[in-house]
Each structure stands twice: as C-alpha cells, then as structure tokens.
Design a protein around this ligand. Structure first.
Ligand code: HEM
Length: 202
C-alpha cells in the first residue's frame, strides 16, 4: 500500500481509510514481526492473545442490530470464537479483559473499527502460511487466520462496497476515520500487553 506524495484525499471512503491507516499499519506490521510470532508456538500464542483480546472487544459491534442492517453477514464475520479455540489449541489461558476497550461508539465510528478488523483478514492470508510452519492450520491453532466462507477477497470487497455506498455527514466521515485510527492504536496496546504478560517466554 504505497501512497504517492501527490495523492490527496481519494474519492472512495475505503480508499481514504486505507490511506490514513497506511502509516499505523506499517508500524503495526513491523511491531508484530519484531515479536517474532512465527519463531515458536509460544511466541505465536502471544499474538493470538492480542488477536483474541481485539476480537472479543468487537463482539458487541459484530452483533449490533443496527450495524447488521447495514452489513447483513456481520455476525458471521466475527472471529472471537475462532481465536478462543486457537488459545485452547495452544494451551494458552483466555486472557482477562484489558481496560480501555471501545465503548458505545457512534455507527460511523464502529464501522471504522470494523474496517480495520475486516481488513486484517487480508494480512492473515500471509500470516497463516507462516503459521503452517509451526504445525498450525485453519483447524488448529490458527483458525482465526483462516479463509472466511466465501473467500477473503470477496468478503473484503463486499464489506468495502457497502461502506463506500453509505451516505455520511461530515461528522460521520470524521467518526469513521477516528474509529479506524483508534483501532490501530488499540491493537498496538493489546499486542504489547500480550507479549508483556507472556508467562514463560524463552
Ligand atoms: C489490527 C489490524 C491489522 C493487523 C494486526 C495487521 C497485520 C498485518 C501484518 C503483520 C501483515 C504482514 C504480513 C506478512 O508480510 O507476512 C499485514 C499485511 C497486510 N495487511 Fe494488515 N493488518 C491489520 C489491518 C489491515 C487493514 C485494515 C488492511 C486493509 C485496509 C490490511 C491489509 C493488509 C494487506 C493487503 C497486507 C498484505 C501486504 C501489504 O500490502 O502490506 N491490514 N497486515
């Protein structure tokens, strides 16, 4: 995702969100890799702790009746259960909630958070290939990185198509961007927390 210096604000909302999250995404990608999640199952388990915490904080949004009116298959897109099963596979305790989860966001803000959560399924295509090297798969230990029913590209396209088709006020436009940026900040906090609370990392 490179952005040309002359690129101003692109027309499609999803492209604008891509653009404003480009830098936090690059940083987060580097941070994930700095924790060497694919070196050992124990390292990977901490990454799953972060994923679980993030996904579990979004359960209320994925199941929100108003949001489901906008994205009908929203509830099925949630990966909190898959991440929880992965923790079990990896003999890792389900972590306690971490203070500071998103709470009662506006509709547009919630969609910004969901944009990030759904977008992270794209990077997951690369991550699951690495997880296979640890003996894990979409049915054991790395379920939450598995290909969604209907395909990754299709799931993403249908989500962004819907997001791009919504009529937003200027305030909602700012809210959706805030949600996306906040989601990256939050994942970063949870990732650091997950590795800091590692029981016995070699
Ligand atoms: C919590 C949020 C996210 C996390 C933790 C995350 C993590 C990652 C990581 C670690 C990679 C590198 C995979 C590799 O090189 O092996 C990656 C790649 C990628 N991610 Fe994300 N990501 C997140 C959100 C997003 C979002 C919102 C989008 C789309 C808007 C996205 C799109 C991509 C794409 C297309 C790739 C492939 C390589 C690239 O173009 O950089 N990710 N992601």
């Amino acid at each position: 995702m490179t952005v040309s210096p002359t690129a101003e604000r692109p027309g499609l909302r999803s492209q604008r969100l891509n653009q404003i999250t480009n830098e936090p995404h690059t940083k987060l990608d580097a941070l994930v890799k700095a924790h060497a999640p694919f070196e050992t199952q124990a390292n990977f388990a901490r990454f799953v702790v972060a994923q679980y915490l993030f996904q579990s904080e979004l359960v209320a949004l994925y199941n929100d009746a108003e949001l489901i009116k906008i994205v009908p298959d929203l509830a099925e897109r949630c990966r909190a259960d898959a991440a929880k099963l992965d923790l079990g596979d990896l003999d890792t305790e389900v972590p306690a909630p971490v203070a500071g989860a998103v709470k009662s966001p506006s509709k547009a803000e919630a969609l910004g958070w969901l944009f990030v959560s759904e977008g992270s399924k794209l990077g997951a295509a690369f991550l699951i290939k690495r997880a296979v090297g640890l003996g894990l798969s979409d049915t054991f230990g790395a379920r939450h990185l598995g290909e969604p029913a209907g395909g990754r590209a299709e799931g993403w396209k249908s989500f962004t198509r819907t997001l791009d088709s919504l009529e937003f006020s200027a305030e909602e436009e700012a809210d959706v961007e805030k949600g996306a940026v906040d989601a990256f900040v939050r994942f970063t906090v949870l990732l650091e927390q997950a590795y800091a609370s590692a029981p016995e990392l070699a």
